[in-house]
Design a protein around this ligand. Structure first.
Ligand SMILES: C[S@@+](CC[C@H](N)C(=O)[O-])C[C@H]1O[C@@H](n2cnc3c(N)ncnc32)[C@H](O)[C@@H]1O
Length: 312
């Protein structure tokens, strides 16, 4: 057991929220004394309930930090255990990679190992005011997923989030603040899509090498090409805003393309995919240069049309 775990035995197996509850259910007397003491420090102009909320948030943050430290220590420990186990196996003449030890983990590829595609993907997040709070949370989680997929992918694409601000930025600041240390692999820009595109030397003045992806066009995206910029709408709207990105692209004079979804996904299913799925599909296309294989790798099997019925 690490020194830290010895110090914090009660939180090593609980989440920050549970940790908070656990903390709050400790001795009533000591808690109320501590609270009475804290109440004496209520800043002027702040109500008691605002002060209580602030204190609760502070306790939560402290607990979260302790929880993360324990998790980090556990990770280090399990890495050390694996090293020892591998050395023991090697000493017995066994190649550790041939011995199964749990599910394989996706490797984070060093960007130098990635094959450049010379293409970029922009996640256009200009739709903050059209989303519910829970949809903002969902979008922020999708962007986190996109970042991690981009880092794990064999192929490198330039990745930019435009119109980063408002509630989306607050959500990242409050709950996903580790994003500030993502030094490579993604850029967060406060610029609007138009300003960003106009400031990039690799974007042609007439936007002819830019493609906005939209489910609402008949034109199909046959292949991806180097030197092109692909835009994906950064929005979760559960189908409320049909044609939103299609219309925006048209107004900006940007061509639109749909994924060749009818060919590979059951027609009864929804044809509008989530932002993160579309990004993942683009990465997989670069890997396989084949939409069928890309769809198979990203979309749940039950949604894929069987090869036979497709031929029929
Ligand atoms: C959840 S969808 C947003 C739908 C939104 N109502 C719109 O107007 O695009 C997120 C984004 O993923 C991309 N997307 C989703 N399904 C697509 C498809 N079948 N073909 C091309 N792009 C798609 C689009 O860029 C879209 O803006």
């Amino acid at each position: 057991m690490s020194q830290l775990e010895a110090k914090l035995p009660e939180i090593s197996t609980v989440s920050p929220t549970e940790g908070l509850l656990l903390n709050e259910s400790s001795s009533d007397t000591s808690r109320s004394v501590a609270r009475r003491e804290a109440d004496k420090n209520i800043p002027e102009g702040m109500s008691k309930s605002q002060w209580k909320k602030l204190q609760k948030r502070k306790r939560f943050e402290d607990m979260k930090q302790q929880f993360q430290e324990v998790k980090r220590a556990k990770r280090q420990q399990s890495r050390a255990n694996r090293r020892i186990r591998n050395e023991e196996l090697r000493a017995k003449g066994i190649d550790p990679s041939t011995v199964t030890g749990g599910p394989p983990k996706a490797r984070v590829i060093d960007s130098e190992d990635q094959i450049p595609t010379d293409s970029s993907v922009i996640i256009d997040c200009a739709f903050d005011n059209l989303m519910l709070e829970k949809e903002i949370v969902s979008l922020s989680n999708q962007i986190t997923r996109i970042y991690s997929d981009a880092r794990r992918s064999k192929y490198a694409v330039g990745l930019v989030v435009t119109s980063f601000g408002d509630r989306l930025e607050s959500r990242f600041d409050d709950a996903l603040s580790q994003y500030k240390s993502w030094k490579t692999g993604i850029d967060f820009s406060k610029d609007s899509l138009k300003d960003y595109l106009e400031s990039q030397p690799y974007v042609k003045e007439d936007f002819s090498n830019v493609v906005y992806l939209s489910a609402d066009t008949d034109d199909k995206l046959e292949t991806l090409s180097k030197d092109e910029v692909y835009i994906i709408g950064g929005i979760v709207d559960k189908g409320r805003h049909k044609n939103l990105c299609q219309n925006k692209a048209q107004e900006m004079g940007i061509q639109t393309r749909r994924l060749p979804i009818d060919e590979y996904i059951k027609l009864s299913g929804r044809k509008v995919l989530a932002t993160s799925h579309v990004f993942e599909l683009l990465l997989k296309w670069w890997e396989f240069k084949d939409w069928k294989k890309a769809f198979e790798a990203v979309i749940p099997q039950r949604k894929l049309i069987e090869e036979k019925s497709r031929e029929d």
